[in-house]
Each structure stands twice: as structure tokens, then as C-alpha cells.
Write a protein that binds this ligand. Sequence first.
Ligand code: NDP
Ligand code: DXP
Ligand code: MN
Length: 399
Amino acid sequence: MKFQRVYVLGSTGSIGVNTLDVIARHPETLSVYALSAYSRIEQLAAQALATGAAVVVVPDEPARRRFTAAWPAGRTLPEIRVGAAALADTAADSQVSTVMAAIVGAAGLPAALAAAKAGKRVLLANKEALVAAGALFMKTVRDSGAELLPIDSEHNAIFQCMPHFGRAGAATHPAKGVRRLLLTASGGPFRTTLLEKLTDVTPDQACAHPNWRMGRKISVDSATMLNKGLEVIEAHWLFAMPLERIQVVVHPQSMVHSMVEYDDGSILAQLGQPDMRTPIAYGLGFPERIASGVGLLALTSLGRLDFEEPNLDRFPCLRLSFEALRAGQASCVTLNAANEIAVDCFLKQKIRYTEISRIIERCLHREVGRVRSGLDSLEEILALDAETRSFASQLCHVK
Ligand SMILES: NC(=O)C1=CN([C@@H]2O[C@H](COP(=O)(O)OP(=O)(O)OC[C@H]3O[C@@H](n4cnc5c(N)ncnc54)[C@H](OP(=O)(O)O)[C@@H]3O)[C@@H](O)[C@H]2O)C=CC1
Ligand SMILES: CC(=O)[C@@H](O)[C@H](O)COP(=O)(O)O
Ligand SMILES: [Mn+2]
């Protein structure tokens, strides 16, 4: 495997920490060049110390001061870069070969796009970047020749089951011989909760995912199944697959991470423990397989694997995601931005869980009523994202 210097965007998060765990297992081929964090600056300092990162990126001057204060006397400080522009510019740094895009939300889009533009190996966990800017992102990958490796467990599973011939670029057509993508979904913590109880669920209950330990925003998305909606949009862009050929299958055990159905009737599946170090190691090692630290899946002790249809009445966010993808790019930006605001308000206990889908729906209906030309640039996308956030925030505050 070629030696890689990795920039981990969002190193203090769940994906970031798992990425550092995998990198540490391969000191002969993988090294950390740069790390970024937003609020957990002392954790960032500990990570930089442990990995020997040459560069850290923090959001503002107070964060720079916190980083310096947390740094042990007598040790050489890494270069500290500050602000959103530095976050994106570092992705294009000539020292960087590989970028793990693991910032949560559309905030991660500019840096992920910068990595793609610079032709790096891009390990994409930040699904919101593709939801908000799918066409632009994929065109950028095609134009630059960047390597794009899906890290989201379902898309990584699909990629593993696809005929990709050792190349990781941007698809322009559905792969030959592939009939459908079967995207598995756990159904989250409320898969069987009585519908009338959902108005009273708490943030901690929503974040208690049955199978995966993840950041709080994606955990709430899993509970509403908006996560699966984002993933359908993500799969549409990654694999150039129309919505009608992507089926969501509820699979409560989260052992089958997704499947590809072929024209000859074959279905290929990828199975494994629900541990993100497997897809992360796959992305870092591609096209080779490298150790991830994940234990084996003991098939004989699995018991059973269940599969069922999703219930769109229980999970209105999934229905809204299908509508957004059908309506086009502006609706996808709107879906994502409205959701980010609504989830944040729910986590801060400003709105009820059941308001999340209502706020998204209000924002989507407002967007669909507008006449708009294409969203071709990052600036246009970010402007609509910001405008939707402002409208969604108002909706949260009138509740
Ligand atoms: N966790 C998982 O298992 C999976 C995650 N994903 C996707 O990966 C991404 C990361 O998820 P996850 O690791 O769970 O999230 P976390 O909330 O655990 O971590 C998010 C990271 O992003 C940083 N961050 C947050 N806001 C900003 C901002 N405005 N600007 C710059 N950096 C910011 C955080 O910094 P700080 O902590 O310092 O504030 C942190 O490092 C998401 O897009 C998620 O959908 C996909 C599949 C699985
Ligand atoms: C680990 C991962 O990829 C998450 O996106 C996961 O898919 C969440 O699980 P569900 O959304 O299926 O509940
Ligand atoms: Mn996923």
C-alpha cells in the first residue's frame, strides 16, 4: 500500500476517533498530517500530541488560545490554522494525500469539495455534503480525477458489492448488470414504539441507537429515518442510480450493511459487526484489505436476520426525503438544512420530536412553490442553505 498522509476533518467526532484508531494500527503506511475540531479543543490537543499531527485547524482565535493552553510545555506546537477558509485550504495542501470528510452537516461541504477539487483520495462520511451538492460534488470528482470512497456503512457495503474493478471515481451511469440497490435500515430506537408515545420522547431516548454508537445529530436522524432518506439521496449520486431502483429495507440487526441486486437474480450483501472501523479501513486501504480492529461476525450465533418494508406513516421524514429527491437539488438542500435546524432544536429541547418532520415539511412546501434556476455553484447552495436555516429557526421558535 502506498504511504498516505491523512487530514481528518472532524477528528474529535465519532468517525474521527474511529479513523485515528485505524490509522494507529498501520504506522508503516498511514500517518496523520492534519486534524480539525470545532468545540472539543482540548481533545484535539490530546489527539495532535498522540498522532504527531503537523497541522491543526480550529474555528476561531479563542479556540487557538485554548489549544495553546492545553499543549504541554516543552513540546513543539503543531501549526495552528484558524477559520473556515483554512479548513478548506488544508484539504488542498500538497502534503495531504487523503482526506477523511467527517464533519457533521453541511458545514463540512466546502472542505470536502476542496478535497475533491484538489484530486485527493476523499473518504466521504459527511453525507450531508452530497445531499446538498450532489451534482456539483460528483462533477468536481470527475473533473479532478479524485478517488471517492464512500464511508457511510451502507454505501461502503454497496461499493464493496459493486463491480468497480479497483477504481474509485464518480459513476455517470448505473453499473452494468445492476438492477437495484437494497439499502438496509435499522429502524432506530422507535421502530416499534407506540405512535402516540412519540410526542414525548426525549433527546437521550432518540440518541439511544440499538446497534451503532454515533454522534447525536446522526443518531436522531436514524430515529426519524431521515438518515435513511439522506442515504437514498447519497446513493443516488454515488452510484448514479434513479430513486425507483433504490429500495429501503428495514433490517433491525444491522449486520447486513446493504446489498446489490443484479439482473441475473443474484443479490450480493456485505455483512459485518456494526463498527465503523470496517468501512474506514476499507477506504484507507483500498484496493487492499487492511486490519481494522473489528472482531469477526460469528454467523452461528447471529440467530436470525429480519427484513421488512419501512412504514412511511411512522417515518414521515423518509417520505419527505423521497419527495425532495424527486423535486430536485433545491429541495434536497432545503430538506437537509431544515433537518439540521430542527434536530438541533430538538436536542436543545426547544421542540418536540414529532415537530422535526413538520418543520421539514413546511420548509419543503415553501421551496417547491418557488421558481428557481439551477444551483450550480457552492455559493448558491450555501445561500439557500443559510436562508432555509433562518426560516426553519423561526418555525422552531414559534412552537
Ligand atoms: N458516526 C457514525 O457512525 C457515522 C457518521 N456518518 C456521518 O459522518 C459525519 C460525522 O458524524 P459523527 O462523527 O457521528 O458526528 P460527531 O458529532 O460525533 O462529530 C462531528 C465532528 O464535526 C465537527 N464539527 C461540528 N460542527 C462543525 C462545524 N460547524 N465546523 C467544523 N467542524 C464541525 C465536530 O467538532 P467538535 O466535536 O470539536 O465540536 C466533530 O469533530 C456525519 O455527516 C454523519 O452523518 C456516517 C455514517 C456513520
Ligand atoms: C453506521 C451508519 O452508517 C449509520 O448511518 C447507520 O446507518 C445508522 O443506522 P440506521 O439509520 O440504519 O438506523
Ligand atoms: Mn449509514
